[in-house]
Each structure stands twice: as structure tokens, then as C-alpha cells.
Design a protein around this ligand. Structure first.
Ligand SMILES: Nc1ncnc2c1ncn2[C@@H]1O[C@H](COP(=O)(O)OP(=O)(O)OP(=O)(O)O)[C@@H](O)[C@H]1O
Ligand SMILES: Nc1ncnc2c1ncn2[C@@H]1O[C@H](COP(=O)(O)OP(=O)(O)OP(=O)(O)O)[C@@H](O)[C@H]1O
Ligand SMILES: [Mg+2]
Ligand SMILES: [Mg+2]
Lengths: 226, 226
């Protein structure tokens, strides 16, 4: 379970301080399928980055399975992320010199998954997201939506406990979106992986079991269905 | 008017040749508001890049207002683009070292628009797309949707004859999308600017007067309403 208390993030750039996240408290249990929605600039990416340990809060705490993230040293945090969290970035962040297949296998390699198993899982996932023919192609030769699907496959391949997905369907057509959501729903049911999406996509929101609405860095509403 | 005849683009990368655009012929008149839709990987970006003179066809021709793009030298093409075409990139392509306002003014500066006029237009547009407070902020301090809006403002600011928009609402919430579409519709009506969108967004498709569907680099259907 993820416990978030009084979480804030203030950016002190060159301008007026920006209260990107302004005091969020909530609990997310294992196996949840939740969507974080809100206007552009409302704090979704900042919130997800802190949850994933990619960014430090200004104040407040995040506890994942009784582990307070702030108690981890920097190398312990990297290990913790590698073992528990899969991240799909809003800007994909694929490694340009690696092919699609190598990008998908990258994290599994760090996790010391066997070569045979890495090969099997990456090919299965590239097939599942509809781009098996792009396995040996580099990101700059892929369309926007193809790059997005490689980023998704990469996060799913390592079968982490939690998957944080920042607008994973932004550049996808309806059919690809539906395919992606089916894969994620299945992983959620069969492996009890927790999914937390940030999204503007109505089709993703419709599949979510819980909808957390953020505005100006604060939770405006938090509704569960089913 | 834009006349496209037997347009193809074949990528001969390291793999099997990819027929990204496989023979497209069509005509787009001044003042049209058209959406190009189709699955991820179907050729929309490749098609728009060729229309905008950013990429060379493998075969076929593009004629814009009686100017055959292939007859232009490389520097003539840059000049032609600067004077006629505004482009909103799928990956935004903002200049990292410039602020939002500087990014928006950049093209106007190349067009020798006066300093006073550049200032007025950039501030008006940043206001219109909802991020006036981010004028002096660099792209890496903006959210995904805020970067997208800067990219939109930049293309609109130079008031070109044709605007090619590659998935301009992918990272935007409903309200920002609606605002953007209103601005574009108004420019289309008042200034007779031609808009050609590539999009997966149903809200954009609903506003389009013409819907061109692409699949595997070919036109599958081309329907006008009104
Ligand atoms: N530089 C390149 N080298 C090789 N293949 C390429 C290159 N650029 C694009 N492609 C391929 O051409 C096809 C069409 O790509 P394009 O980017 O035009 O698709 P798209 O319709 O814009 O997709 P999306 O909706 O995902 O943005 C894809 O299969 C893509 O992998
Ligand atoms: N490094 C930074 N420095 C300063 N301000 C920042 C930085 N990163 C983000 N911001 C600001 O924090 C606020 C929240 O940004 P965030 O990226 O979390 O929004 P978002 O909800 O993900 O938006 P979108 O839907 O457009 O992706 C925005 O106003 C943004 O400009
Ligand atoms: Mg974001
Ligand atoms: Mg594209």
C-alpha cells in the first residue's frame, strides 16, 4: 500500500515560486487501477514523479509498503525503484542508441533477468502492443505513437509491483489505446499490479476503478466506482 | 491551393524498406479546416512533413499556390516555409534555451516583424492559450501540455497562410483543447488560414470540415461535411 501525507513540491526557479503540488494526502492499496485527472499544469506529472521516487518532495512523506522513501539513500532508492516501480514517462525517455527491443529489455537486464526470459517477454510485449516488426528499429525511426508503445512495453516487461503511467495513450489511436488498456487490465487482475495513470483521455478514465481529480496541486475529488 | 500528386515516401533504413506514404493524391483549397486521421504508424507525420517541405518525397509532387516544392533550392524552400507555413510538431521542438515568449517570437523575428508587434502578438497568444504567467519560463520548467501550447502559439503568431498541426492537443485537457480549437476556428474564419491537423482526438475531428483517413500510407476515405 502507498501512503501519502501532506505532500508538497515547490519549484523555486527564476520566477515566482510554483506550488506544483500543494498538500496531497491519500492512500493507494495494492491492485488498484486509478486515474489521476486534472487540467494541464495542475501537478499530475510532479505528483507521479515524487511517487516514483524520481523527484524529492519539498515537504510531506511517501511510504510504499512501510518503506518511507525519504529514509532511503540515493543508491537504495535506485534499487527500490528497480525492484518495485515501472514508469511510463510523458515524454517516453527512450534510449536513442538502443532498438525498440533493447529499450524494452533494458530494465530487465538491470534486474538480472535471464537472457532467454528477457527475449521472450520483450517479443511478447512488442507483439501485444502491435509493433513486433519494429523490434530492431531505433526510436528516431518510429512514429510518435510507436515510441509511446515501446515506453509502455518497457515498463510492463519488468513486471513491477506498481506502474506509474504519465499520459500513456496521448499519441495513440482508439484501437491501440483499447489494446493497451486491455493488457494493463489483465496484468492488474492476474498479477495484482497497482496502476496509477495520469491522463486526459476519456477512454482511460472510463476504465479506471478510482478517479482522483487534481487542480492547482490539490485534490479536488477522489471517487471510487465498483 | 495545395495540389498533391502520387506522393510517396519510402524509408530505406537498416531494415525492410518502409512505405510510410504509398501514393497519395489530393487537393486542399485555401481556408480549409481538415483533419487527417488514421492509426498510429499510418503515415500522418510523414505526410505532414512533406507538405511542410521538411522532408523530401521519394516520388510524386507537391504544388503550393502554383509553386512546385521540388523546384525550390534549399534556401528558397526555407524562405517559402518562413513566409507561408506554420508547423506544430508532434514533439513540439521548442528551443530549450529560449523562454516561452522568446520561442513564440522566434519565427516572427526571422520574418522581420517589428519588436513592438512581436511583443504584442506573443503576449496575446500566450494569454489566449492560458499561460501568460509562463512567458519568461524555459521549456524544461513547463508541463507537457504547457510546452504543447507554446508550440501552438509559436505557429499561430507568424500568421502564416497554411498551418500544419501534428497532434496539437495530444497532451491537453478538454478545456485547453476547446480553447485552442476556438482560436484556430476564429483564425480560419477571419484570416482564411488553411488548417491541416493530424489527430487522434475526437474533439478535433468533430470540429473539422473535412476528414481525410489514412491507413498504411494510403487514403482510405476523404469526406467533407457542411
Ligand atoms: N526515419 C524513419 N526511418 C524509417 N521508418 C520510419 C521513419 N520515420 C517514420 N518511419 C515509419 O514510417 C511509418 C509512418 O510513420 P509516421 O510517423 O508518419 O506515422 P504516424 O501516422 O504519424 O503515427 P503516430 O500516430 O503514431 O504519430 C511508421 O511505420 C514508422 O515506423
Ligand atoms: N522544473 C520546474 N520548475 C518550475 N516549475 C515547474 C517545473 N516543472 C513543472 N513546473 C510547473 O509546475 C506545474 C505543474 O506541472 P506538471 O508537469 O506537474 O503538470 P501536469 O498536470 O502534468 O500538466 P500536463 O497535463 O500539461 O502534463 C506547472 O505550472 C509547471 O509549469
Ligand atoms: Mg504532465
Ligand atoms: Mg505522428
Amino acid at each position: 500500500v502507498i501512503k501519502i501525507k501532506d505532500l508538497t513540491k515547490v519549484y523555486n526557479g527564476s520566477q515566482v515560486p510554483v506550488h506544483a503540488v500543494n498538500g496531497i494526502s491519500l492512500e493507494i492499496k495494492q491492485g488498484e487501477f486509478a486515474a489521476v485527472v486534472g487540467p494541464s499544469g495542475s501537478g499530475k506529472t510532479t505528483f507521479l514523479n515524487m511517487l516514483g521516487g524520481l523527484d524529492d518532495p519539498t515537504s510531506g512523506s511517501i511510504e510504499i509498503d512501510n518503506q518511507l522513501l525519504s529514509n532511503l539513500t540515493s543508491s537504495q532508492r535506485i534499487k527500490f525503484r528497480l525492484e518495485n516501480i515501472g514508469f511510463i514517462f510523458q515524454a517516453y525517455n527512450l534510449i536513442p542508441v538502443l532498438t525498440a527491443k533493447e529499450n524494452v529489455e533494458f530494465i530487465m537486464e538491470l534486474q538480472k533477468v535471464s537472457k532467454a526470459e528477457r527475449n521472450k517477454r520483450s517479443l511478447e510485449l512488442l507483439e501485444a502492443v502491435g509493433i513486433p516488426d519494429k523490434a530492431n528499429v531505433r526510436p528516431n525511426q518510429l512514429s510518435g505513437g510507436q515510441q509511446q508503445r515501446v515506453a509502455v512495453a518497457r515498463a510492463l516487461a519488468s513486471k513491477p509491483k506498481f506502474i506509474l503511467a504519465d499520459e500513456p495513450t496521448a499519441n495513440l489511436d482508439s484501437k491501440s489505446t483499447e489494446t493497451l488498456l486491455d493488457i494493463m487490465e489483465r496484468l492488474n487482475k492476474e498479477e495484482n499490479i497497482t496502476f496509477i495513470f495520469s491522463t486526459h483521455d476519456a477512454r482511460v478514465v472510463n476504465k479506471a476503478h478510482r478517479i482522483i481529480t487534481i487542480e492547482d496541486g490539490l485534490i479536488k475529488s477522489d471517487e471510487s466506482r465498483i
